[in-house]
Design a protein around this ligand. Sequence first.
Ligand code: URA
Length: 199
Amino acid sequence: MADISWELFASQVDRCTLCPLHSGIHNKVPGQGDIHAPLMLIGEGPGQREDEEGIAFVGPAGQLLTRMLSAIYLPRDRVYICNVVKCRPPGNRTPLQEEMDACKLHLRMQFALVRPKVIVLLGSTALKATLGPEHYITRDRGKWYERKGTWFLPTYHPSALLHDPAKKKEAWLDMQSLRDRLIELGLYPDLYNLSEPSS
Ligand code: URA
């Protein structure tokens, strides 16, 4: 991908009409966070609050995500957070394959710009859209996948944890595994130190 920039990304998302989702929304939700972060999190698509505010993961699932990250000392603003689709599907339904395909252009550009070392896939949609439709979240969560030097960790979507708190135990194992991988890759101290005041 040549000559890409965050300005190009922002205007590309802003002007996007590649699928019908753009017609019924209040705001596009491109994603946000630290654009130099070694860690990227990918969710499914904006919900109601995200659509209203134009920011990913600000509703109840987002608040849980913030707590999950802080449980392993990761300040939320030091990671990059986005979704498979940038427009809210009506009634929060799962995005259709053609909507995800259309939006892949934007996700690819985000990936190329951030160049994360580690990507957490939040839920089935992010898992299938990124690693392939043959994957299942219940079977594959907590497993690490390496693709061209980038590490991927599928885990439950925070909304699934809100609906079924019994899943939280496995989600906590996944967060610990994430912490351990970041330590192993030498990334954890960087992320952690950023949250501490410099002397
Ligand atoms: N669920 C998602 O997948 N993404 C958001 O931004 C909010 C809820």
